[in-house]
Design a protein around this ligand. Structure first.
Ligand code: ZN
Length: 302
């Protein structure tokens, strides 16, 4: 465990299920503050049907006005060909395709079988390559599905293997509804690395049942090189009943930096962003670091 990229997904996964709607200006301010704190990779919005996810309806405008900061990459979540079109028209240079690996979840979410969504993404790969767009793949409900229960790892690994062979440089396994436990996370990440050795494997965890940060650690042990998190622990999924926040970015930064792995993110500044966001939203956030602050032994203050 020597390196990991922390990918901020608060402006996308976080806000899409947040009951308080941020204005365009507030979203842009959030994104500016996150980049100032040292965040280098961020999902800044998604191009899905505005009626399905109203909080993301202004993603076009967000992408048109993203702050141009050296070394910062913004990505857009896309679920179909139309979304790809819109994301590209808005200027997105990195696109994250995503589908649910179970039939029930994906039909509810995308009105398509998992295989159909995957086939659409595969068909868009040549075009993305031609346009110089980096595309990644996120597999939702990779451990458990709200409709079908525990997910067969072989089902997930079959998609991972195909995605690796098709040339996806990064494949993220998402515990969309926050049911996974660390042993299963480590195992699946390890297996994914074996079946798709060309790709970087990442993890996306929700803290619904308080296993989120433990799962992030297990993913690192399994060899994950990308971890998603949301500032303040914002997040959820409108299609996943009962899902709560992503793991908090500041909690993840605290753990990872404490393990001696640099993240490039300034913890104090990030906690300030979470505090600002909490005030804008007007309700508490899940983040532990927001509550407890960083560890400052008293002696060090003398
Ligand atoms: Zn999520």
């Amino acid at each position: 465990m020597t390196e990991v990229v922390i990918q901020e997904v608060g402006p996308r996964d976080g806000l899409q299920n947040e009951p308080v709607r941020l204005s365009l200006e507030e979203k842009l301010e959030l994104i500016r503050r996150l980049t100032s704190a040292g965040v280098k990779r961020m999902e800044a919005g998604s191009f899905v049907h505005p009626q399905a996810v109203p909080a993301m309806a202004d993603s076009d405008e967000v992408f048109a006005r993203l702050p141009d900061v050296e070394g910062v990459t913004y990505s857009a979540l896309v679920l179909n060909a139309k979304g790809y079109q819109r994301a590209r028209a808005a200027g997105a240079k990195e696109i994250h395709f995503s589908f649910g690996v179970t039939s029930s979840f994906n039909r509810q979410n995308q009105r398509a079988e998992p295989e159909e969504s995957f086939a659409t993404f595969l068909s868009l790969l040549p075009r993305a390559k031609e346009e110089g767009v980096r595309v990644t793949l996120t597999l939702s409900v990779a451990w458990g599905c709200p409709f079908e229960g525990w997910v067969d790892p072989d089902r997930v690994l079959s998609f991972v293997e195909q995605a690796g062979k098709a040339g996806f440089p990064e494949i993220v396994l998402a515990d969309t509804i926050g049911v996974a436990v660390p042993s299963a996370v480590r195992r699946l990440i390890e297996e994914a690395r074996k079946v798709a050795p060309q790709a970087v494997i990442g993890g996306h965890f929700h803290n619904t049942r308080n296993t989120g940060i433990a799962n992030a650690y297990a993913a690192l042990e399994g060899g994950a090189k990308v971890l998603d998190a949301s500032v303040g622990g914002l997040g959820g999924c409108p299609f996943a009943p009962g899902a709560t926040g992503n793991i908090a970015t500041e909690d993840l930064v605290y753990m990872v930096e404490g393990m001696g792995i640099p993240t490039g993110i300034q913890l104090d500044a990030l906690i300030e962003v979470a505090r600002w966001l909490r005030d804008v939203l007007g309700h508490p956030l899940e983040s532990s670091l927001l509550r407890a602050g960083p560890f400052r032994p008293r002696g060090a203050l003398a």
